[in-house]
Design a binder for this molecule. Structure first.
Ligand code: GZL
Length: 319
């Protein structure tokens, strides 16, 4: 039965191709955050707008599910595969299967660790190291403005272990704060990019001796969803997040703008999820045989308490 279905699916793709229709297989990693939901909406919405046939799968943040999805796309003979790899290692075998089947792969959002970059056509997404640097630079400016010097104790909510945004947002942030001996990460733990786990990790941080000893409590989250979970934990512990802490997230989701407008958070660094148009420009370019750049970065900014309240309606309108 499964074989028959796979054959039927492959036939449908071939008939579509004969009619000039492009078919894309997109192995989405999950639905773990507001950012991811917006990213999925952009990938699905833009395909519909362009009349591109999209075969979409959700891996629930499991690499083995993404690998199975890619193998299914290969069996169906899609024209292009889109992959936001949940972690950056373990991809070479399945990327080689796609290469041998002559199906180009676009890394959409996150990158992979590989010595052979012929295994993918291009990476389209954000410069995560730059995002970490932006968070660090904003923090240093804010501490100097408040206290005359950059000092404090950072409680870090790390993204999914092994994921490129988690590794690189940490790297960029540490690169900036390394220049200030009085500014250090004193606790660091993964909240897997979700609100629920971000809350759990913050509950543990609050009970730690480091929290007791901290003079300037700084919370740096690799995404806003974990930060919003942490804010819930702080409030449940009787801590006033906006008054007693300095809180920075990444993604710039509308809920973070709202938390900043309410005085519960201070800054969020943008990471643009709406890469659908750029992604399908790349797909159409590949099908048309055009030269494709190896890396395409999204444009991004940083938003803090000076502007978030005024920009909230605009941000809500985006996603
Ligand atoms: C970043 C993306 C990250 C977001 C998180 O491009 O991979 O994954 O920052 C999401 O919100 O879970």
């Amino acid at each position: 039965m499964r074989k028959a279905l796979a054959l039927l699916a492959a036939l449908a793709v071939s008939l579509g191709a004969m009619a000039g229709e492009i078919t894309v297989g997109f192995a989405q990693l999950g639905a773990e955050s507001m950012w991811r939901t917006a990213n999925t909406d952009s990938i699905k919405g833009e395909a519909a707008k362009r009349g591109i046939k999209l075969i979409f799968s959700d891996a629930q943040q499991k690499q083995e599910n993404q690998i199975k999805a890619i193998q299914s796309f290969i069996a169906q003979g899609v024209d292009v595969i889109g992959l936001p790899p949940v972690v950056n290692s373990g991809w070479e075998p399945v990327l080689r299967e796609a290469q041998e089947a002559g199906i180009p792969v676009i890394l959409a959002d996150r990158t992979v660790d590989t010595s052979d970059d012929s295994l993918y056509v291009s990476f389209i997404g954000s410069n995560f190291i730059e995002e970490g640097r932006s968070a660090g630079k904003w923090l240093v400016r804010e501490l100097k403005a408040k206290y005359g010097e950059a000092r404090g104790e950072v409680f870090e909510l790390v993204g999914t272990v092994g994921a490129a945004p988690a590794i690189d947002r940490k790297k960029g942030f540490e690169e900036v704060i390394a220049q200030y001996p009085g500014l250090n990460i004193v606790k660091s733990q993964s909240g897997d990019f979700t609100r629920a786990k971000g809350k759990e990790v913050m509950e543990a941080f609050i009970k730690s001796p480091e929290w007791e000893k901290a003079k300037t409590k700084i919370i740096y989250g690799h995404n806003d969803d974990m930060v919003l979970g942490a804010i819930q934990a702080l409030e449940e512990a009787g801590v006033n997040p906006g008054q007693e802490c300095l809180i920075i997230g990444v993604d710039a989701i509308a809920d973070a703008f709202e938390a900043i407008a309410q005085g519960k958070m201070h800054c969020t660094v943008e990471c643009n999820p709406l890469i659908g148009p750029q992604f399908y420009d790349m797909v159409e370019g590949i099908v048309a045989g055009k030269e494709i750049p190896k890396v395409v970065y999204s444009n991004e900014g940083t938003y803090d308490y000076y502007c978030a309240a005024a920009l909230l309606p605009w941000r809500r309108s985006l996603y």
